[in-house]
Design a protein around this ligand. Structure first.
Ligand SMILES: [Zn+2]
Length: 182
């Protein structure tokens, strides 16, 4: 199922994720100069926008910390997209990327999710090839429905130009309780 899904998705690769050498991180295809220039321009635009909204490092960090998502929303998200058995890499590429392609915002910044977004109490570290459902089950384990968890593919902008994409082929999930959370 996994391999079939990967195969199907690779046929419609949108070349959204650039590797350190500016090739497509999914299929390896070379990007055009125009595309790279466009990516650099959009990336600088976002950096300027962030700097004007969050001038200090502390303001910026506070904003990012406040992009935790409620676990009941996380479960609903996973049912809605039926992505329990997808690798996290595919959730990011085929759900997070399409919805943020135009605005280049962070997924948790979308206005439609604001009732379910708030300061995180729990930080979740996941692996790119691990199953999304494993991450969700770890997030809800022993939790009240209003627990907010911090997951990078929702809280961090996924459109950074020339960002290093690291692929770690293990399947673990790490939970850290944020002791400094408000
Ligand atoms: Zn590609």
């Amino acid at each position: 199922m996994h391999e079939n899904l990967k195969q199907q998705l690779s046929e419609v690769c949108r070349h959204d994720v650039l590797s350190w050498d500016n090739t497509c991180a999914d299929c390896g295809e070379e990007m055009s100069t125009e595309r790279l220039e466009e990516e650099a321009r959009r990336s600088q635009e976002m950096e300027r926008s962030d700097k004007s909204k969050y001038p200090t490092q502390e303001q910026h960090a506070k904003h990012i910390h406040a992009l935790g998502v409620r676990v009941d929303w996380l479960v609903a998200f996973t049912y809605e997209h039926d992505c329990w058995n997808w690798p996290t890499r595919v959730v990011e590429r085929d759900i997070v990327k399409p919805l943020t392609r135009e605005s280049r915002c962070r997924y948790a910044e979308k206005s439609e999710f604001q009732d379910f977004v708030g300061p995180a109490r729990v930080f979740l570290s996941h692996t790119w090839e691990g199953l999304w459902g494993t991450l969700v089950m770890a997030a809800v384990s022993g939790a009240r429905e209003d627990r907010h968890v911090w997951i990078d593919i929702f809280a961090v902008r996924q459109w950074k130009f020339n960002a290093m994409v690291s692929v770690v082929c293990t399947h673990s999930v790490l939970i850290i309780l944020l002791t400094y959370a408000q």
